[in-house]
Design a protein around this ligand. Sequence first.
Ligand code: SF4
Ligand code: SF4
Length: 62
Amino acid sequence: MSVIVKPDICTGCETCVQSCPFDAIVMKDGKAYINEYCTACKACISLCPEGAIIETEESAQR
Ligand code: SF4
Ligand code: SF4
């Protein structure tokens, strides 16, 4: 299980960046990107106003 950002939906608002307790969300080319520090705690998912952060069955589909 992993948590990813769908870049086609992300507006780059950066709301999620501050929300991650593990500093796993970084901005990359104007979009949020979840790096390897993510523990899949899911704290960020409900915070994204666009619904761009999703949980996926696949591991590391980045
Ligand atoms: S909160 Fe959602 S739309 Fe905003 S930067 Fe994060 S993933 Fe993108
Ligand atoms: S699931 Fe948790 S650890 Fe992963 S990016 Fe979101 S807030 Fe950070």
